[in-house]
Design a protein around this ligand. Structure first.
Ligand SMILES: [Zn+2]
Length: 193
């Protein structure tokens, strides 16, 4: 679509005002030429396909290569996104999970995550924990720096650094399994776990 460059929107830049975004009047937001829209796959044209959620498209596509990628998106908890959703509209957490989706099939890698639960809802934290476990189960190593107790509890090995932050931190207070952490007298985390 030439009028809107395939975005479905036309933006007008008015010097002193905010940008105005309007639905493209030529394609009516469908993003493609009439000619392109006549092509169909199992009764759906490209606009219909782009409007599908990941969950819906998992049922729609039979091609294995496509299904694999959709399944990964589903597994990182993004089943509600539509295929046509522009990347610029995704939240930081959603972008991170898309990155993770691309990693799920790999083996023997080491992942370092710095406070990955920051800004996530409780239900999303569970999703993230599932992904971490899956990475570990398939032969990867996941190193996580976290304050979140749910994440700490499900680690295989904990290194507790403290007792506080900055100058008053930096000491290793505990090293071992979550189960043994409870017996540690030095660790502050032990009181909360
Ligand atoms: Zn258009």
């Amino acid at each position: 679509m030439q009028n809107c460059q395939g975005t479905g929107y036309v933006t007008t830049d008015l010097a002193f005002l905010d940008e105005q975004k309007q639905i493209c009047e030529i394609c009516e937001g469908k993003r493609f030429k009439e000619e392109v829209l006549t092509y169909k796959l199992n009764g759906k044209n490209i606009t219909d396909v782009l409007a599908m959620t990941i969950a819906e498209s998992l049922e729609f596509f039979e091609d294995k290569e496509i299904s694999k990628k959709l399944q990964a998106m589903n597994d990182v908890g993004l089943s509600y996104l539509t295929l046509g959703q522009p990347l610029s509209t995704l939240s930081g957490g959603e972008c991170q999970r898309i990155k993770l989706a691309g990693e799920l099939h790999k083996k023997g890698s080491i992942y370092v995550m710095d406070e990955p639960t920051t800004g996530l809802h409780t239900s999303d934290i569970q999703n993230l924990l599932d992904i971490m476990n899956r990475l570990v189960d398939t032969g990867n190593t996941v190193v996580v720096i976290e304050h979140n107790l749910d994440v700490i509890r499900q680690a295989d090995w904990i290194i507790d650094v403290g007792p506080e932050g900055g100058k008053r931190g930096g000491q290793i207070l505990y090293e071992g399994t979550p189960a043994n952490l409870k017996n540690s007298k030095e660790s502050l985390t032990a009181q909360y776990i």
